[in-house]
Design a protein. Sequence first.
Length: 417
Amino acid sequence: MDKLTIFLVVFLVFLNASAQNNKKLALTPPMGWNSWNMFEGDINEKIVKEIADAFVKTGMKDAGYVYIIIDDVWQGGRDNRNRIVPDPKKFPSGIKLLADYVHDKGLKFGIYSNAAYYTCGGFTASYGFEKEDAETFAKWGVDYLKYDYCNAPKDQKTAIKRYLRMSSALKKSGREIVFAICEWGRREPWIWGKTVGGNLWRTTWDSRDIWETKKYTAGRAGIMNILDKQIGLEKYSGPGGWNDPDMLMVGLYGKGKSSSLKYKKGCSDVEYKSHFSLWCMLAAPLIVNTDVRDMNEATKNILLNREMISIDQDPLGKQATRIVDEDGINIFLKPLQNGEWAICFLNRSNGIKSIDFNWESLTLNKKESGYSDSYKSLKNYTLRDVWKHKNIGNTKSNLKIKIISHDVLVLRLIRQK
Ligand code: GLA
């Protein structure tokens, strides 16, 4: 065998091994809660326990939200054996007992670290201690690790190496741990994320609790800015490895410690509903940030809409494609299992829009999207409005609708018998 062949064989064996290790994890986009945007460093074991209780009480757990994830600023350095330890003031009982509490509720437990010496918040991180930390996380009962990339070299090669170091350590730990890559899309993680053992990878800077900002920059990425960054990434997302357009701002109303922009009140309920719908269309991880102990009815109605969630969680695991971007209207199309479809009409303009949509006008570049279903059969679908929870017609005639500013219409196309 020549050198190139040997290299290819080794590479394929490696790819296959990492794919097999990931076989059972994150077959649908992970759903849960994360502490960061609401609480930042003010997280502690009391809050985490109460969030787990609230998951059960409010129906979040039954709707499919399962991971309770502690983000940055939980760390208290290393002990004299170099084992990472939590801040004893915030987590006096230790992480193991906290994870047990979460598990006892039928939920899963997640934690955060970083591929350098210090995290984004300036706390102890895992570089050089991947083996020790993976063992510690496994011992504690961690089911999900968000792995950040602050204070690390900027180049792609180093990032790949550092993520691989931690995912290999996690695999060796013997516990199945979802691995969430967080380097903000700077080094095209959609290309290499899965091969280094990632189950999801952030595609953008942190989301702020705002509909749209003038310019997408670190610290000023709005929901629409982030949405636009997902276009073209469809083919990289699927069961076991998801594009992650960052967490859900739904219900924060400008109260989040990290997500809030100065003098801004967050979004309206209509905007939160659209944000949630679009993330479901994208097959995005659904990681809630609001304080679930204290949700109003509007927030509950959005986060607990099971018809919408089932579009996100569809086993086919396809990210929607934007098929129309015209005059303030975006249309997204997502194939679902059993030949069904989800379609989302979004009004990005500041006024009301009337739409007269002809189902026969639907075209898609099949080669790019990889979709094989034929549109001929689109004539025979029932239209199910997933927010009104009722059927509103079929695809035999044009769809005539009005959508208010920043709102969506999401339909499930159900095959007629
Ligand atoms: C980065 C991540 C955020 C959060 C913070 C914590 O900014 O992108 O999601 O984890 O670090 O410091």
